[in-house]
Design a binder for this molecule. Structure first.
Ligand code: AMP
Ligand code: MG
Length: 399
C-alpha cells in the first residue's frame, strides 16, 4: 500500500507548471502573477486635490474669515490650469491638478462656496488635503511581487498603473469524466437501480475553486471501448484528466480495465475513504500523454481524494505558494473511531465559539449530504484507532 504522501508526490509529479500568458485584467482574478509588477509611472501621477474646495496660498489667508476673489475653476481632468495668481483662490474639485503656487486646499465646507468671491472661515495646515505626486507608488518600484494572487485590490492597482493585461500562469485545463452504467444525468427521470450522476459537477466546482478550468465530459457506461473512445476524443489540449469510478476491486472496473498497461498505475493508498486510486499518463497514439488521475466513484471518496491529492497539485502547477488548506489542531467535541493502518479523513464542523471540532456524519463514503454540511476535514493519523472527546486532532478548514 502507498502512503498518502507517496501518492501525493506521484500526482504532483505528473503535472507541469502551466505556461505564462498575458490576460486582460478582468480575466486574471484569482490567478497568480508570473512576474514582478514594476510601476511605469508615479501614483498619483501629478499633485492633486483630495477635496472639493479652494486652492490657496497660506500666505494670503491671514485672520479668518477672509474673502478672496476666485480666479479660476479647476474640475478633475482639466489640463490647462494656470498658476494661482497671488491674493486669489482657485475653485478646485477632488482629483483636479493643483495649480502651481497653491500650497493649501480649503474644503468647501469651510467656505461660503462662492464662485466669484469666496469667504473662507478656516483652513487646514498647508498640504493636508493635497495628494502629492508619487506618494502612493514611485515609478520604478515593485508594486506586486511575482507569486501574488490577484484579487480585486491587486487588479485595481494594476489598472491604476496603466496595465491592460497581466502575465499570469494560465488556469490548468482539466477534463472530467465519470463512469457508471447506473448513472443518470440530473434533470432526467430516475429508473430502477439508477442514481443521479453527482461526481462530475462536484469535481468541476472543486477544480474551479482550486483555480483550474474544468471541462465536463459527464459520464460513460461501464464499457471499456466507450470509455477509451470518449477519452481519446477529448484528451487533446488537456493538462489533466480526472475520472471517477471503476477503479476498485470488483468486476466491471472500467477505468482499471481500460488503462491498465497504458501508462496508469492502479494502487491502494493507506487512507479512508479513497483507498483505490490510479495515476499516470494517458497514452493516446499521438502526443506525449496526458496526466490522468483516476478517483474512486463513491462521491465522498472522490471529493476527499481531490482535496488530498489534486487540489495541492493543481495549485502547485498554477504557481500558488499556498497549496494546502489552513490547518489547525482542535479538541474533538465527541469521540471517534478510526481504522488501523489508514489515515482517516472525516467530515467535521468547527465550533468557532467553543474552539472544538465535531465529526459530521459517519465515515461512510456515500454520505454526501454530510460532506455538503461540513466546513472542515478531520485528519486522523494511521496509527490511531480511537480518539476521545477533548483529544486534539488535525483540522483542515475547507473554504
Ligand atoms: P465505483 O467506484 O464505480 O465502484 O462506484 C462506487 C460507488 O459510487 C457506487 O455506489 C457508484 O454508484 C457510486 N458512484 C460512482 N460514480 C458516481 C458518480 N459519478 N456520481 C454518483 N455516484 C457515483
Ligand atoms: Mg462504477
Amino acid at each position: 500500500m502507498r502512503t498518502v504522501e507517496e501518492h501525493a508526490r506521484a500526482i504532483t509529479g505528473l503535472l507541469s507548471p502551466t505556461p505564462v500568458v498575458e490576460l486582460p485584467l478582468v480575466e486574471t482574478s484569482g490567478l497568480v502573477l508570473a512576474h514582478d509588477l514594476v510601476a511605469p509611472i508615479d501614483l498619483p501621477p501629478f499633485p492633486n486635490s483630495a477635496m472639493d474646495g479652494y486652492a490657496v496660498r497660506t500666505a494670503d489667508l491671514g485672520a479668518f474669515p477672509v474673502t478672496l476673489p476666485v480666479s479660476q475653476d479647476i474640475p478633475a481632468g482639466r489640463v490647462d490650469t494656470l498658476p494661482l495668481e497671488p491674493g486669489t483662490a482657485a475653485r478646485i474639485m477632488t482629483g483636479a491638478p493643483m495649480p502651481s503656487g497653491a500650497d493649501t486646499i480649503v474644503q468647501v465646507e469651510k467656505t461660503d462656496g462662492g464662485t466669484v468671491r469666496v469667504r473662507i472661515d478656516d483652513a487646514p495646515q498647508p498640504g493636508v488635503h493635497v495628494r502629492t505626486k508619487g506618494e502612493d507608488v514611485t515609478a520604478g518600484s515593485t508594486v506586486l511581487p511575482a507569486g501574488t494572487v490577484l484579487g480585486g485590490a491587486q487588479i485595481g492597482v494594476a489598472a491604476a498603473l496603466g496595465f491592460s493585461h497581466l502575465p499570469v500562469r494560465r488556469p490548468l485545463e482539466v477534463l472530467i469524466l465519470s463512469t457508471g452504467t447506473e448513472l443518470v444525468a440530473p434533470g432526467s427521470p430516475l429508473g430502477p437501480g439508477q442514481i443521479y450522476e453527482s461526481n462530475s459537477p462536484m469535481l468541476a466546482a472543486a477544480v474551479a475553486a482550486a483555480g483550474g478550468q474544468a471541462t465536463v465530459l459527464r459520464f460513460v457506461a461501464d464499457d471499456v471501448a466507450q470509455f477509451r473512445s470518449a477519452l481519446e476524443a477529448a484528451a487533446a489540449g488537456m493538462d489533466l484528466i480526472i475520472t471517477s469510478g471503476g477503479v476498485s476491486a470488483g468486476a466491471y472496473e472500467v477505468v482499471k480495465d481500460a488503462l491498465t498497461g497504458h501508462g496508469v498505475d492502479f494502487v491502494k493508498v493507506a487512507m479512508q475513504p479513497g483507498m483505490p486510486q490510479g495515476a499516470g499518463l494517458f497514452d493516446p497514439a499521438t502526443g506525449p500523454g496526458v496526466p490522468v488521475v483516476t478517483l474512486p466513484g463513491n462521491p465522498v471518496s472522490a471529493y476527499v481524494s481531490f482535496e488530498v491529492f489534486l487540489r495541492p497539485a493543481i495549485r502547485a502547477a498554477m504557481g500558488y505558494q499556498q497549496l494546502t488548506r489552513p490547518a489547525l489542531r482542535l479538541p474533538l467535541s465527541e469521540p471517534l473511531n478510526s481504522p488501523d493502518g489508514k489515515r482517516q479523513f472525516r467530515r467535521g464542523v468547527v465550533d468557532t465559539g467553543g474552539g472544538t471540532v465535531a465529526p459530521w456524519g459517519g465515515p461512510g463514503s456515500h454520505l454526501l449530504s454530510w460532506l455538503a454540511g461540513a466546513d472542515a476535514m478531520i485528519v486522523v493519523d494511521s496509527g490511531v484507532t480511537r480518539l476521545e472527546a477533548g483529544d486534539p486532532v488535525e483540522v483542515w478548514l475547507l473554504g
